[in-house]
Design a protein around this ligand. Structure first.
Ligand SMILES: CC(C)(COP(=O)(O)OP(=O)(O)OC[C@H]1O[C@@H](n2cnc3c(N)ncnc32)[C@H](O)[C@@H]1OP(=O)(O)O)[C@@H](O)C(=O)NCCC(=O)NCCS
Length: 170
C-alpha cells in the first residue's frame, strides 16, 4: 500500500450529512457577459466556496483547494436567475477529501430548474503547522452516498495515476 492510500487511524467517522451544504445566489448584472449570461468564473468561485464550507464542516479544520476536476457548463444561466448549489464530502483518504458539488439554475419567472454544472474538488486539511493533517473518515450511509463514495474512490485512483504520470515527465 502506498503511503497516500492510508486512511487516518483512530479518528471517528463522520456521516456525509454533517458536511451537506447549500448556497443560493442571485445572478446580478456584474456576474454576466454581453449576452446577459453568467461568466463561468463566477460559478467556479461559488462552487469553490460551497465545497470549502462542506470540507470544513467535515474536518473542522482549515482547508485549501488542492484541485478541481473538469467542470462542464451544461446550460447557460441568465441575469435575474437564481443559482442553487449543493455540496457534500464524497470520500476521504488521509489528509485530503473529495467534495461533490451540483449546481442548478432556477428561472424564477417560469419556475423552471436547469442542471447547470457538476464538479468534484479535492481539499486538503491543514494543521497548526500549515502542513497537511489527517482528517476523520466519512461514513456513507444511504445507497446514493455509498455509490458516490465508490465513484470518488475510483476518481482518486485516476487522479493519483495522472499526477504520477505528470511528475514522471521530463
Ligand atoms: C495542497 C497542498 C497542501 C498539498 O501539499 P503537499 O505538501 O503536496 O502534500 P502531500 O504531498 O503530503 O499530499 C497531501 C495530500 O494532498 C493530496 N494532494 C496533493 N496534491 C494534490 C492535487 N494536485 N490534487 C489532489 N490532491 C492532491 C495528496 O494526495 C495527499 O492526500 P492524502 O493525504 O489524502 O493521501 C499544497 O500543494 C498547497 O498548499 N497548495 C496550494 C493550495 C492553495 O493555495 N489553494 C488555493 C487555490 S490556489
Amino acid at each position: 500500500m502506498k503511503p497516500s492510500d492510508k486512511k487516518a487511524e483512530g479518528l471517528q467517522p463522520i456521516p456525509v450529512s454533517q458536511s451537506f451544504t447549500t448556497m443560493t445566489e442571485l445572478v446580478l448584472p456584474e456576474h454576466t457577459n454581453a449576452l446577459d449570461s453568467i461568466f463561468g468564473g463566477v460559478i467556479m468561485s461559488w462552487v469553490d466556496i460551497c465545497a470549502a464550507i462542506a470540507a470544513q464542516r467535515h474536518s473542522s479544520l482549515p482547508v485549501v483547494t488542492a484541485s478541481i476536476d473538469a467542470l462542464h457548463f451544461v446550460a447557460p444561466v441568465y441575469k435575474g436567475w437564481i443559482v442553487n448549489l449543493k455540496a457534500s464530502v464524497n470520500y476521504v483518504s488521509r489528509t485530503s477529501m473529495e467534495v461533490g458539488v451540483r449546481v442548478d439554475a432556477e428561472n424564477p419567472i417560469g419556475k423552471q430548474t436547469f442542471h447547470t454544472a457538476s464538479a468534484y474538488l479535492t481539499f486538503v486539511a491543514l494543521g497548526k503547522d500549515g502542513k497537511p493533517t489527517p482528517i476523520p473518515p466519512v461514513k456513507a450511509e444511504t445507497p446514493e452516498q455509498i455509490r458516490r463514495y465508490k465513484a470518488a474512490e475510483r476518481r482518486r485512483q485516476f487522479r493519483l495515476e495522472l499526477r504520477e504520470r505528470e511528475e514522471g515527465k521530463p
